[in-house]
Design a protein. Sequence first.
Length: 210
Amino acid sequence: MTVTTAPAFADARGCREWLGALALTNIPQAQALLLEQLQALNAADVSAIERLKCLELMRDKVAFLQGEQRSRYFGKSIPLSPNDTNAWVTGCALLEEMETGYRKSLADARATGGDAAQHEPLIAQRMVRCIGSRMLFHALVYKRFDPALWTRLHELLADVEARAIASSPVKDSLEGEGGNSQFLDFRFSDGPGGGTRIEVIAPMTGQPGS
Protein backbone atom coordinates (compact mmCIF):
# COMPACT_ATOMS: atom_id res chain seq x y z
CA MET A 1 0.00 0.00 0.00
CA THR A 2 1.34 3.41 -1.00
CA VAL A 3 0.71 6.12 1.60
CA THR A 4 1.02 9.73 0.47
CA THR A 5 -0.42 11.41 3.56
CA ALA A 6 2.12 12.69 6.04
CA PRO A 7 1.35 12.00 9.71
CA ALA A 8 -0.40 14.80 11.57
CA PHE A 9 2.40 14.83 14.15
CA ALA A 10 6.19 14.61 14.14
CA ASP A 11 6.84 13.28 17.63
CA ALA A 12 5.22 11.74 20.69
CA ARG A 13 4.12 15.10 22.07
CA GLY A 14 2.30 15.90 18.85
CA CYS A 15 0.81 12.40 18.79
CA ARG A 16 -0.55 12.82 22.30
CA GLU A 17 -2.16 16.12 21.32
CA TRP A 18 -3.67 14.60 18.16
CA LEU A 19 -5.10 11.66 20.08
CA GLY A 20 -6.50 14.02 22.69
CA ALA A 21 -8.38 15.91 20.00
CA LEU A 22 -9.71 12.76 18.30
CA ALA A 23 -13.50 12.85 18.51
CA LEU A 24 -15.00 9.62 19.84
CA THR A 25 -18.64 10.39 19.09
CA ASN A 26 -18.37 8.38 15.87
CA ILE A 27 -16.36 5.23 16.63
CA PRO A 28 -16.03 3.94 13.03
CA GLN A 29 -14.79 7.34 11.88
CA ALA A 30 -12.34 7.52 14.79
CA GLN A 31 -10.99 4.08 13.86
CA ALA A 32 -10.61 5.13 10.22
CA LEU A 33 -8.71 8.28 11.20
CA LEU A 34 -6.49 6.35 13.57
CA LEU A 35 -5.77 3.76 10.87
CA GLU A 36 -4.86 6.55 8.44
CA GLN A 37 -2.39 8.03 10.93
CA LEU A 38 -0.86 4.64 11.71
CA GLN A 39 -0.28 4.03 8.02
CA ALA A 40 1.25 7.50 7.64
CA LEU A 41 3.48 6.98 10.68
CA ASN A 42 4.68 3.63 9.35
CA ALA A 43 5.60 5.25 6.05
CA ALA A 44 7.31 8.27 7.63
CA ASP A 45 10.98 8.74 8.45
CA VAL A 46 10.81 8.87 12.24
CA SER A 47 13.44 7.96 14.82
CA ALA A 48 13.04 4.57 16.47
CA ILE A 49 12.33 6.02 19.92
CA GLU A 50 9.78 8.56 18.71
CA ARG A 51 8.04 5.92 16.62
CA LEU A 52 7.89 3.65 19.65
CA LYS A 53 6.50 6.41 21.88
CA CYS A 54 3.81 7.24 19.31
CA LEU A 55 2.86 3.59 18.94
CA GLU A 56 2.52 3.19 22.69
CA LEU A 57 0.15 6.15 22.81
CA MET A 58 -1.85 4.91 19.84
CA ARG A 59 -1.98 1.36 21.19
CA ASP A 60 -4.18 2.35 24.12
CA LYS A 61 -6.56 4.20 21.81
CA VAL A 62 -6.68 1.26 19.40
CA ALA A 63 -7.56 -1.11 22.26
CA PHE A 64 -10.29 1.23 23.48
CA LEU A 65 -11.86 1.56 20.04
CA GLN A 66 -11.66 -2.20 19.47
CA GLY A 67 -13.55 -2.70 22.70
CA GLU A 68 -16.22 -0.24 21.64
CA GLN A 69 -16.70 -2.11 18.35
CA ARG A 70 -16.59 -5.60 19.87
CA SER A 71 -20.35 -6.11 19.83
CA ARG A 72 -20.34 -5.74 16.04
CA TYR A 73 -18.62 -9.09 15.51
CA PHE A 74 -18.41 -10.96 18.82
CA GLY A 75 -21.22 -13.46 19.25
CA LYS A 76 -22.92 -12.38 16.03
CA SER A 77 -24.48 -14.74 13.52
CA ILE A 78 -22.39 -15.48 10.43
CA PRO A 79 -22.10 -14.03 7.86
CA LEU A 80 -21.77 -10.56 9.34
CA SER A 81 -23.74 -7.65 7.97
CA PRO A 82 -21.85 -5.24 5.66
CA ASN A 83 -21.45 -2.66 8.44
CA ASP A 84 -20.26 -5.26 10.93
CA THR A 85 -17.88 -6.69 8.33
CA ASN A 86 -16.42 -3.23 7.79
CA ALA A 87 -15.87 -2.88 11.53
CA TRP A 88 -14.10 -6.24 11.63
CA VAL A 89 -11.92 -5.43 8.61
CA THR A 90 -10.91 -2.08 10.10
CA GLY A 91 -10.09 -3.73 13.41
CA CYS A 92 -7.84 -6.26 11.67
CA ALA A 93 -6.14 -3.49 9.70
CA LEU A 94 -5.40 -1.55 12.88
CA LEU A 95 -3.73 -4.59 14.42
CA GLU A 96 -1.72 -5.19 11.24
CA GLU A 97 -0.47 -1.59 11.16
CA MET A 98 0.42 -1.75 14.84
CA GLU A 99 2.52 -4.84 14.25
CA THR A 100 4.18 -3.19 11.25
CA GLY A 101 5.02 -0.14 13.34
CA TYR A 102 6.56 -2.14 16.16
CA ARG A 103 8.48 -4.25 13.65
CA LYS A 104 9.95 -1.07 12.13
CA SER A 105 10.82 0.20 15.60
CA LEU A 106 12.64 -3.03 16.38
CA ALA A 107 14.57 -3.01 13.10
CA ASP A 108 15.55 0.65 13.52
CA ALA A 109 16.54 0.13 17.15
CA ARG A 110 18.86 -2.72 16.21
CA ALA A 111 20.28 -0.83 13.25
CA THR A 112 20.95 2.46 14.99
CA GLY A 113 21.05 1.67 18.71
CA GLY A 114 20.12 4.64 20.84
CA ASP A 115 17.37 4.88 23.42
CA ALA A 116 15.01 2.49 21.63
CA ALA A 117 17.49 -0.40 21.81
CA GLN A 118 16.89 -0.88 25.54
CA HIS A 119 13.20 -1.49 24.84
CA GLU A 120 13.61 -4.62 22.70
CA PRO A 121 11.69 -6.85 25.18
CA LEU A 122 8.77 -4.42 25.18
CA ILE A 123 8.71 -4.14 21.38
CA ALA A 124 8.80 -7.92 20.98
CA GLN A 125 5.98 -8.35 23.49
CA ARG A 126 3.87 -5.77 21.65
CA MET A 127 4.48 -7.53 18.34
CA VAL A 128 3.37 -10.90 19.67
CA ARG A 129 0.24 -9.33 21.15
CA CYS A 130 -0.63 -7.84 17.76
CA ILE A 131 -0.11 -11.18 16.00
CA GLY A 132 -2.07 -13.12 18.62
CA SER A 133 -4.88 -10.58 18.58
CA ARG A 134 -5.19 -10.89 14.81
CA MET A 135 -5.47 -14.67 15.21
CA LEU A 136 -8.17 -14.19 17.82
CA PHE A 137 -9.97 -11.66 15.63
CA HIS A 138 -10.33 -14.32 12.95
CA ALA A 139 -11.44 -16.96 15.44
CA LEU A 140 -14.26 -14.67 16.62
CA VAL A 141 -15.87 -14.82 13.17
CA TYR A 142 -14.76 -18.35 12.25
CA LYS A 143 -12.34 -17.21 9.57
CA ARG A 144 -8.98 -18.75 8.71
CA PHE A 145 -6.07 -16.37 9.13
CA ASP A 146 -3.05 -16.13 6.87
CA PRO A 147 -0.61 -18.96 7.78
CA ALA A 148 2.16 -16.36 7.49
CA LEU A 149 1.10 -15.18 10.96
CA TRP A 150 2.32 -18.51 12.39
CA THR A 151 5.63 -18.07 10.55
CA ARG A 152 6.15 -14.57 11.91
CA LEU A 153 5.18 -15.70 15.39
CA HIS A 154 7.63 -18.59 15.46
CA GLU A 155 10.41 -16.47 13.94
CA LEU A 156 9.83 -13.87 16.62
CA LEU A 157 9.87 -16.52 19.34
CA ALA A 158 13.16 -17.94 18.05
CA ASP A 159 14.63 -14.44 17.89
CA VAL A 160 13.75 -13.39 21.43
CA GLU A 161 14.87 -16.74 22.84
CA ALA A 162 18.21 -16.39 21.06
CA ARG A 163 18.60 -12.93 22.59
CA ALA A 164 17.49 -14.20 26.03
CA ILE A 165 14.77 -11.54 26.39
CA ALA A 166 11.68 -13.75 26.26
CA SER A 167 11.18 -13.62 30.03
CA SER A 168 12.07 -9.95 30.50
CA PRO A 169 9.22 -8.15 32.32
CA VAL A 170 7.70 -5.13 30.60
CA LYS A 171 4.99 -2.66 31.53
CA ASP A 172 1.68 -3.21 29.80
CA SER A 173 -1.18 -0.76 30.23
CA LEU A 174 -3.62 -3.32 28.83
CA GLU A 175 -2.99 -5.44 31.93
CA GLY A 176 -4.55 -2.71 34.07
CA GLU A 177 -2.99 -0.10 36.31
CA GLY A 178 0.54 -1.09 37.24
CA GLY A 179 0.28 -4.15 35.00
CA ASN A 180 3.32 -6.14 33.96
CA SER A 181 3.74 -8.72 31.25
CA GLN A 182 6.37 -10.49 29.19
CA PHE A 183 6.72 -12.09 25.79
CA LEU A 184 5.91 -15.53 27.16
CA ASP A 185 2.46 -14.42 28.33
CA PHE A 186 1.56 -15.47 24.81
CA ARG A 187 1.43 -19.21 25.37
CA PHE A 188 1.19 -22.32 23.23
CA SER A 189 -0.43 -25.50 24.46
CA ASP A 190 -1.85 -28.71 23.04
CA GLY A 191 -5.33 -28.25 21.72
CA PRO A 192 -8.09 -30.73 20.90
CA GLY A 193 -7.15 -33.36 18.35
CA GLY A 194 -3.45 -32.78 18.76
CA GLY A 195 -3.60 -29.24 17.36
CA THR A 196 -2.04 -26.12 18.84
CA ARG A 197 -4.02 -23.80 21.04
CA ILE A 198 -2.94 -20.20 21.51
CA GLU A 199 -3.60 -18.34 24.72
CA VAL A 200 -3.26 -14.58 24.59
CA ILE A 201 -3.20 -12.49 27.75
CA ALA A 202 -4.79 -9.04 27.36
CA PRO A 203 -5.33 -9.14 23.60
CA MET A 204 -6.01 -5.87 21.79
CA THR A 205 -9.61 -6.83 21.06
CA GLY A 206 -11.35 -5.46 24.12
CA GLN A 207 -12.00 -8.89 25.62
CA PRO A 208 -10.16 -11.80 27.26
CA GLY A 209 -8.76 -14.35 24.86
CA SER A 210 -8.09 -18.05 25.01
